[in-house]
Unconditional design. Structure first.
Length: 107
């Protein structure tokens, strides 16, 4: 594997593409790691009698993402949209693991 280059060190589009591909793989590995926690969360929620969707936690995660994006000079609204989809996907997965839930439960 070639040594990592900072953006300013890239001298060609081939360099840029190599680094973007490397970063994409790293992001996917991090998402896979995050996904493993979603499965474990569902197991813990089952034992605790918690629902998959806990709105206060969803709000907290989205606020964290917006804050991190702003701190890094990124567009908070854009990354909030991405995380909204990621959260929805995670909730659906937890619901699959949890099975049918009673309505009216709260965190």
């Amino acid at each position: 594997m070639a040594a990592m280059k900072m953006a300013a060190e890239c001298q060609s589009m081939a360099d840029i593409r190599t680094e973007i591909d490397r970063l994409d793989e790293t992001i996917m590995r991090l998402l896979a790691e995050r996904w493993s926690y979603i499965g474990r969360a569902a197991e813990i929620k089952t034992d605790a009698g918690l629902p998959a969707d806990i709105p206060s936690r969803v709000d907290e995660v989205r606020a964290n993402v917006r804050r991190h994006a702003a701190d890094l000079g990124l567009d908070p609204a854009f990354y909030d949209t991405i995380w909204s989809q990621l959260i929805r996907h995670s909730i659906v997965r937890e619901e699959e693991i949890l099975g049918p839930q009673e309505t009216g439960r709260t965190a």
